[in-house]
Ligand binder design. Structure first.
Ligand SMILES: [Zn+2]
Length: 469
C-alpha cells in the first residue's frame, strides 16, 4: 500500500516537473507547490480558525468600535498571536468613535384608512436619535436617487431611499458599491431638502424583513437627521403604498442611539521577523471591529481568524520567512477606518526610516469559499501574481482581477514605492444576505470554506514572501 502510494507521488512529482519544464519561464518552483500543499494540509487537518471564530463570536460577541467587547477582542487577538509564536506583539493606539445603538428603533406606516404597518428598522451607525428619543412623524417621500431631491419638496417629510442593489452585476460588491451612496450620504442630502428623518433600503439582494445597518456620514453644514436602515420587504411595501396613494402615507419613527465621543483602542499587531530581509514588510490582516446587531462572523471575524490561522499554519509547517511578516487586526473599519489610516501613517514614518512595505493583503469579504484575489498594484505586481495561476489552480483559485484590495490596507497605496495590495476574493453571492444584519453569526460560517480562505491567505503571503520585489 505504502509503496504504491510512493510510486504514485513520485509519478506526480515527475509530471509536475515536466509541466514546469514545458511552460515558458516558470516564475514559481516546485517547492512553492509543495509548501502550499503543506499549508492546505495543515489548515484542513489541524485548523483552529473555526474554533477561534466561535470564541470571538460567542464568548466575546460583537465588537463595535469603542465598546468594552472590542477591548476584550483586542486582548484576545494579541494573546492568540503570542500563543502562535510571533516575535513581538503590540497595540498600535487609535482614537475611535464610541456610539451606541440604544434599545429603541421603531417605525410604522399609517394609511389614510387608519391601518398601521410595523416597519423593521435599525439605526444607521452614527445616527443621531430622534429628538428627546421621542416619535417624529411626517409624510412619506420615496426616491431612488439622491439627486431626485434637487427638484422635490421634502420639507417635513420622512424620505425613503429605495434603490435596490443591481441584481445584474455578478460582483455583488460592485452592486453594494452602486447603492451605497443612499446609506452613506442620503441623510445629509435629505436634510438639505428639508426632510426630518430618513429610511434607507437595506443593502442586500435578499427580500426579507432584516434591517442591515452600516455607517453614514453627516455633512457638517446641515442638520443631522435620524436615519435608519429598513428591511427590503418593508421598503418595497412602502414604495408600493406610496405609488398607489401618493402623499397620503404618514411615517412615524423613533430611535435612542447615542454619540459617546471618542475612546482609545487600537490595531493589534504581531510581527514575525524575516531572516533575509527583515526591513521589508508583508502585512496580512482583517478588521477586529464589527457591527453590533449580529456577531460580525463573516464581517470580519472571518478575516481575523484567517489572519491568525495563516500565522499558525506557516509556523506549524516550519516555514522561515525571508521578510518580516506582520499580522494586523485593524480597529474601526466599519465607522471611520481610523485603524487603517493610522496604520498607513505609521507605515509612512517607517518608510522614511528604511522599513519598507512590499505587500499587504486583507481578508474582508467573508468566510465563503475562496476564488482568488483582487489586486490594487502596479502592472508588474499584477503580472507576478497572475504568473502563480498554475501553482494555485489545484485549490480552485482562478480569480486574479484588479480592484480595491480592502478598506483597511487601502491607505497604504500612497506609500512610495507603492506596495502590492491584495484582497481575498471569496464567493460573494450570499455575503450581502448576512452583511451588517442580525444573521451575521458564527452558525452561518461554514467550517471548511473558512479554512480554505485561511489557507489561501497563508499561501499568498508565502508566495509574496518568496517572490515579491
Ligand atoms: Zn468588513
Amino acid at each position: 500500500m505504502h509503496s504504491v502510494k510512493i510510486a504514485f507521488l513520485t509519478l506526480g512529482m515527475m509530471s509536475l516537473e515536466a509541466g514546469f519544464q514545458a511552460s515558458a519561464q516558470p516564475s514559481t518552483t516546485p517547492s512553492d507547490s509543495l509548501l502550499i500543499r503543506q499549508v492546505f494540509n495543515e489548515v484542513l487537518s489541524h485548523g483552529e480558525a473555526h474554533e477561534n471564530l466561535r470564541v470571538l463570536c460567542k464568548d466575546i460577541g460583537h465588537r463595535l468600535s469603542g465598546s468594552p467587547s472590542a477591548d476584550r477582542a483586542m486582548a484576545w487577538g494579541q494573546q492568540r498571536m503570542d500563543s502562535y509564536g510571533v516575535d513581538t506583539s503590540y497595540i498600535m493606539p487609535v482614537e475611535v468613535p464610541a456610539w451606541t445603538r440604544g434599545d429603541v428603533a421603531e417605525a410604522l406606516a399609517l394609511s389614510p384608512d387608519g391601518t398601521a404597518m410595523d416597519l423593521h428598522i435599525t439605526a444607521l451607525g452614527g445616527s443621531v436619535p430622534t429628538e428627546d428619543d421621542d416619535w417624529i412623524e411626517g409624510p412619506l417621500l420615496v426616491v431612488r436617487h439622491l439627486d431626485a431631491l434637487d427638484t422635490l419638496d421634502a420639507r417635513g417629510h420622512i424620505v425613503l431611499f429605495n434603490r435596490p442593489m443591481d441584481p445584474l452585476l455578478i460582483n455583488t460588491g460592485a452592486a453594494y458599491g452602486g447603492a451605497f451612496d443612499q446609506r452613506g450620504g442620503g441623510a445629509s442630502v435629505a436634510a438639505e431638502a428639508g426632510a426630518i428623518g430618513v429610511l434607507v433600503r437595506s443593502l442586500t439582494h435578499a427580500l426579507d424583513t432584516l434591517p442591515h445597518t452600516g455607517s453614514l456620514r453627516y455633512k457638517d453644514s446641515v442638520d443631522k437627521l435620524p436615519a435608519a436602515a429598513i428591511s427590503t420587504v418593508d421598503a418595497s411595501a412602502l414604495a408600493k403604498m406610496h405609488r398607489a396613494t401618493p402623499g397620503t402615507i404618514q411615517v412615524r419613527m423613533r430611535m435612542n442611539s447615542q454619540d459617546l465621543g471618542n475612546v482609545e483602542q487600537g490595531n493589534v499587531v504581531g510581527e514575525w521577523r524575516g531572516s533575509e530581509f527583515p526591513h521589508e514588510i508583508i502585512t496580512l490582516g482583517g478588521h477586529l471591529d464589527s457591527w453590533d446587531i449580529g456577531e460580525g462572523a463573516h464581517d470580519d471575524g472571518s478575516g481575523v481568524v484567517h489572519t491568525l490561522e495563516a500565522l499558525r499554519a506557516l509556523k506549524a509547517i516550519g516555514y522561515a520567512p525571508r521578510r518580516t511578516l506582520r499580522f494586523v487586526l485593524f480597529i474601526n473599519e466599519e465607522n471611520g477606518n481610523r485603524g487603517g489610516k493610522r496604520y498607513a501613517a505609521v507605515a509612512a514614518e517607517e518608510h522614511a526610516s528604511g522599513l519598507r512595505h512590499v505587500a499587504a493583503m486583507e481578508s474582508d469579504a467573508g468566510g465563503f469559499v475562496p476564488r482568488g484575489v483582487r489586486m490594487d498594484a502596479p502592472d508588474q505586481g499584477v503580472a507576478m501574481v497572475r504568473s502563480w495561476a498554475n501553482t494555485l489552480e489545484p485549490y480552485n483559485l482562478h480569480y486574479f482581477g484588479r480592484g480595491g484590495a480592502g478598506v483597511d490596507i487601502g491607505p497604504l497605496k500612497n506609500l512610495k514605492p507603492r506596495p502590492l495590495l491584495l484582497g481575498l476574493v471569496p464567493d460573494g453571492q450570499r455575503y450581502f444576505d448576512l452583511h451588517h444584519s442580525s444573521q451575521d453569526v458564527w452558525e452561518n460560517v461554514h467550517k471548511r470554506e473558512l479554512e480554505l480562505g485561511a489557507a489561501t491567505c497563508a499561501s499568498m503571503v508565502l508566495l509574496l514572501d518568496r517572490h515579491a520585489e
